[in-house]
Design a protein around this ligand. Structure first.
Ligand SMILES: [Zn+2]
Length: 377
C-alpha cells in the first residue's frame, strides 16, 4: 500500500471516530435533560396529590364548623321554644330545628365522603413519592454514567486527534486538500476500488482507471471525487456478466422478520436506508444515511408488524434489499452502520438495479418481437 494511502486510511478512521465521539459527547447531556424533564413531571404529580389532600382537609373543617354553628342554632331554638305563646310560633321553631338537623346530616354525609376518599388521596401521594424517589435515584445513576462516559470519550477524542494530526502531517499537501474538500461534502474522502467499482459511490470505474489504481497510482473517482485505493486482499475475480453460472441475486423474502429498503428521497435527507425489525407485537424502524451509514433520528417503535406499522415509509419507489442482522448486533452499531454492512447493502442495491435493468431490457426485447410480427397476435 502506498504511504499516502496508508496515512489517508488512518486519517479517515480518525475522522470517523472523532465525529462519533463528538456526537456521543453532545448526546449525553440531552439524555440527562430528558430524564430531568420526566422527573419534573413526577414532582408536579406529587405536588398536585398533596394539594388535593390539603384541599380536602380544608373542606372537612368547613363542614365541621357548619355543623357546630347549626347545633348552636338548634339549642337556641329549643331555649326559645320554652317561652313561646302560640301554637304557630312553636310550630315555626320546630320547623327551623328540623331544617337545621337536615343540614347537619348533609354536612355529615360530605365529611364521610371525604373520609372515604382520603384513602385514595393518600395512596396517590404515596405512589408519587415512591416514583419520585426511584426516578431521583435513576437520574443520579444516569448522571454519574454520563460523566464517566464523557470523560472516557474526551480521553479517546484526544488520542484520535493526535493520531489525526500525525496522519495529516504525513500526507502530500495537494492530496490532503482534495481529501478535505470531498470529506466535507461526503463525510469520507477515501474509498476502496474493488471489483472495478468505487466502493464509496458504487459506480463502475473505467477499466483503464481501475487498472491504473491497481498499478499503484492515486486516482479520484470521476463520479464522487473520492481518492481511490486498491487493496489486493480484496481482489475478486470478476465473472463475465453473461456466464451461465453467474450467481443470481437472491430475492428478499416477503415474510422475513427483518427487512431493508433503499429510498432515493427521504424528506430533507436524500438517499437513505431503512431497516425494519419485527419484535413480538411491535416493530422498529431505523433510518441511515445512504452514503455514510450514519443513523438519522431515533429508533422508532410502533405497534404491529412493520408492513402495517410503517405504511408511509414503504412507498412503491422503495427498493427492497437483502440484509439481516440480529437485534443485539443492530444495537451494537450505535449511531453508525459499520462499513461492512453498508458495503453489503450498497452492493445489493447495485445488484437489484442490474437485475431490474435486465428484466426491463428483456421486456423491451419481447415487445419489439411482438411489434415485428403483428399478424402473430
Ligand atoms: Zn465514487
Amino acid at each position: 500500500m502506498l504511504p499516502d494511502i496508508q496515512n489517508l486510511m488512518e486519517l479517515q478512521q480518525a475522522d470517523r471516530e472523532i465525529l462519533r465521539l463528538k456526537d456521543e459527547i453532545a448526546a449525553l447531556p440531552k439524555r440527562v435533560a430528558a430524564i430531568e424533564e420526566k422527573l419534573a413531571g413526577t414532582k408536579a404529580v406529587l405536588e398536585k396529590a398533596k394539594a388535593d389532600v390539603k384541599a380536602d382537609e380544608a373542606s372537612r373543617r368547613k363542614f365541621e364548623t357548619a355543623i357546630t354553628d347549626l347545633q348552636g342554632k338548634i339549642s337556641k331554638y329549643r331555649d326559645q321554644s320554652l317561652d313561646v305563646k302560640t301554637n304557630e310560633q312553636y310550630k315555626a321553631l320546630l320547623h327551623e330545628i328540623q331544617f337545621a338537623e337536615q343540614e347537619i346530616r348533609g354536612n355529615e354525609d360530605k365529611i364521610l365522603e371525604l373520609m372515604i376518599n382520603a384513602e385514595n388521596r393518600e395512596k396517590s401521594v404515596k405512589a408519587a413519592e415512591k416514583e419520585l424517589k426511584e426516578e431521583t435515584a435513576e437520574i443520579e445513576k444516569e448522571k454519574a454514567e454520563a460523566r464517566q462516559r464523557t470523560a472516557e470519550d474526551e480521553k479517546q477524542l484526544a488520542e484520535w486527534n493526535a493520531k489525526r494530526d500525525t496522519a495529516r502531517a504525513a500526507v502530500d499537501a495537494d492530496l490532503l486538500r482534495h481529501y478535505d474538500r470531498v470529506a466535507k461534502f461526503r463525510r469520507t474522502g477515501l474509498a476502496e476500488a474493488r471489483a472495478q467499482k468505487c466502493m464509496g459511490c458504487q459506480v463502475m470505474l473505467r477499466p483503464q482507471t481501475y487498472n491504473e489504481i491497481r498499478g499503484g497510482n492515486i486516482l479520484m473517482c470521476e463520479s464522487c471525487q473520492r481518492i481511490l485505493y486498491f487493496d489486493p486482499a480484496h481482489e475478486v475475480v470478476a465473472e463475465p456478466a453473461d456466464a451461465p453460472h453467474r450467481r443470481r441475486r437472491p430475492r428478499p423474502k416477503a415474510d422475513a422478520p427483518q427487512a431493508w429498503f433503499y429510498r432515493a428521497e427521504y424528506g430533507e435527507h436524500g438517499e437513505v436506508l431503512l431497516g425494519f425489525d419485527n419484535l413480538g407485537d411491535n416493530s422498529s424502524r431505523r433510518v441511515y444515511d445512504f452514503n455514510t451509514g450514519r443513523q438519522i433520528g431515533d429508533i422508532l417503535i410502533r405497534e404491529g408488524k412493520y408492513p402495517l406499522a410503517f405504511p408511509e415509509d414503504l412507498t412503491p419507489e422503495t427498493i427492497r434489499l437483502n440484509g439481516s442482522w440480529d437485534e443485539a448486533e443492530l444495537e451494537s452499531w450505535g449511531t453508525e452502520m459499520p462499513m461492512i454492512a453498508l458495503d453489503s447493502l450498497h452492493a445489493d442495491l447495485q445488484a437489484a438495479r442490474t437485475d431490474a435493468g435486465k428484466s426491463h431490457a428483456a421486456k423491451h426485447e419481447a415487445e419489439a418481437v411482438t411489434s415485428e410480427h403483428p399478424a402473430a397476435s
